[in-house]
Ligand binder design. Structure first.
Ligand code: ATP
Length: 233
């Protein structure tokens, strides 16, 4: 579902944010992405979202090579990728329902469809009874769950999360992780960038570890069948 082949990203000539990264994640796989600050985690997620393009190598999502994807097709690809952020980026002048409905409105879905799908998403995260509330009235954990409902409302095959439990206590973090696990069980490919090593250890899942832009653990090379040690084509 997600494949990186020898991916290098340079923001400027003397600074390499990602170096020859190889890995692939299957449909329904849940994996963590860890590494020190500045290791390249956000850069890797941005390449999947086509917010950045690789300097070398290939990024493939859902069988589609993203490198030379025409600009006009980027919104179409993004619809297939749900994203959850640490600060959940909710709008506080709209209800919970309207926040979750946003991606469907952008796609031009009918009001009836929007109602059905927003309620299905809120039900999945256990917030069906809070649809009329303002996100400001909710706890931090509930706000994060609204962000997750919005990320999955159009049933994307890929779900990316950038520090989704950053502000939450361990119990709430475990709730959020259970949600991600359930999405992966129904076939969603989930990649979670986090600094929270305690959480990663507790979950005991595949973990991609970046160190100064190099993938030092958890990777696999579709070309070589082994991690690391690959020097160019
Ligand atoms: N737009 C940009 N222009 C120039 N350099 C950048 C840009 N974005 C990131 N970088 C650099 O690329 C490297 C990797 O950054 P990135 O944000 O991917 O790391 P990270 O692992 O997500 O860090 P953090 O955990 O602190 O968010 C860093 O050295 C960073 O300064």
């Amino acid at each position: 579902m997600i494949e990186f082949r020898q991916v290098t990203k340079r923001y400027d000539s003397d600074h390499t944010a990602l170096a020859q990264v190889n890995f692939s994640l299957n449909r329904g796989e849940l994996a963590f992405l860890t590494g020190h600050s500045g290791a390249g985690k956000s850069t890797l997620l941005k390449l999947i979202m086509v917010m950045e393009r690789p300097s070398a190598g290939e990024v493939v999502v859902g069988g589609q090579l993203l490198n030379r994807l025409p600009r006009r097709q980027i919104p179409y690809i993004r619809r297939h990728i749900g994203v959850v952020f640490q600060n959940h980026q909710l709008l506080f002048d709209r209800t919970v329902f309207d926040n979750v409905a946003m991606p469907l409105e952008v796609m031009g879905a009918s009001p009836r469809d929007i109602g059905r799908r927003v309620r299905a998403a809120l039900d999945k995260v256990g917030l069906l009874n809070k649809e009329k509330m303002n996100p400001m009235q909710l706890s931090g954990g509930e706000q994060q769950r609204v962000g997750i409902a919005r990320a999955v409302v159009n049933k994307p095959p890929v779900l990316l999360a950038d520090e989704p439990t950053g502000n939450l206590d361990p119990e709430l973090s475990a709730d959020i992780m259970n949600l991600f696990t359930r999405f992966s069980q129904v076939g969603v490919t989930v990649l979670i960038a986090t600094h929270d090593i305690g959480l990663v250890n507790e979950m005991d899942r595949r973990t991609l570890t970046l160190d100064h832009g190099r993938l030092i653990a958890g990777g696999s090379s579709p070309l070589q069948g082994a991690a690391g040690g690959v020097s160019g084509h």
